[in-house]
Design a protein around this ligand. Structure first.
Ligand code: HPA
Length: 277
């Protein structure tokens, strides 16, 4: 059992050692860019780009439209690290490898983690292309990235999740979205394993238990980040109405198309948000 946690720490050390041969940057802010939301990188003064495939224990993404790079750069003079693309549980990665990049960011000195994703929306008045500030989540993935022996060097056995998403950061996100005149909602994100989209009955259930959006990411990273004591902010791009809300069938194409349509709004939001953290 002890060996297992040692193994994760050793792996983190190995990825760190490799990254440190490429950059000495000490970003305090980390950003995870969800599917189709990679354009934010154009706003950034990029200093170093490291493909996931070169970093020990990082896995390159398998899904079309998801890229895989760890990027270091500056925005408004602030040093940031960007995970352009993520690993999803549905790809068959272990939860450990899903949260490995999050943990690596923490090792690099990141204290605030900004998570972004594409999600299906089912809140009142939601439209494709809206944003949703995540105020809390419900983990329906059937597992938890902290299962197994606790790695006490990373955090406590039973992490508190009362304010998994930082209240102050939520307020700043709302202020920025309001100022930009961007359509947005605030609500609970339901994290599911995928890879199927939901059935209409599942969406009715998610609504009943208090959700407003559903997606296949973010929850593992938020859990790992809270374990590590990071502040988390998360924003969903509502790329589609969830199954059964409209009669239209869902497709990955629709998801990436909508994400592309709001890319500019999304990028300028992130720039403003980071400036106000
Ligand atoms: N369901 C789950 N995940 C998603 C969806 C959805 O409707 N849209 C984008 N990611």
């Amino acid at each position: 059992k002890l060996r297992e946690s040692k193994l994760v720490l050793n792996k983190l050390q190995e990825s760190m050692t490799y990254i440190r041969t490429k950059t000495s940057a000490k970003p305090k802010i980390g950003v995870v860019l969800g599917s189709g939301l990679g354009a934010f990188v154009k706003e950034v003064e990029v200093e170093t780009t490291i493909p996931y495939k070169d970093i020990p224990h990082f896995s390159p993404p398998t899904v079309e439209g998801h890229s895989g790079n760890l990027i270091f750069g500056k925005i408004n003079g602030q040093s940031i690290a960007i995970l352009q693309g993520r690993n999803h549980y549905y790809e068959g990665h272990s939860m450990e490898s899903v949260v490995f990049p999050t943990r690596t960011l923490a090792m690099l000195g990141v204290e605030t983690l900004i998570l972004t994703n594409s999600a299906g929306g089912f809140g009142e008045n939601m439209q494709a292309g809206d944003f949703m500030v995540i105020e809390d989540h419900i983990n329906l993935m059937g597992t938890n990235p902290l299962m197994g022996p606790n790695i006490k060097e990373l955090g406590p056995r039973f992490p508190d999740m009362t304010e998994a998403y930082d209240k102050r950061l939520i307020q700043i996100m709302e202020d920025v979205l309001m100022k930009q005149g961007t359509r947005y909602h605030k609500g609970v994100y339901c994290g599911v394993s995928g890879p199927t989209y939901e059935t209409p009955s599942e969406v009715r259930y998610l609504k009943l238990i208090g959700g407003k959006a559903v997606g296949m990411s973010t929850v593992p990273e938020t859990i790992a980040a809270n374990h590590l004591g990071l502040r988390v902010a998360a924003l969903s791009c509502i790329t589609n109405l969830a199954a059964g809300i409209s009669s239209q069938k869902l497709s990955h194409n629709e998801v990436t198309e909508t994400a592309k349509q709001v890319e500019m709004q999304f990028s300028s939001f992130l720039r403003e948000f980071i400036a106000h953290i």
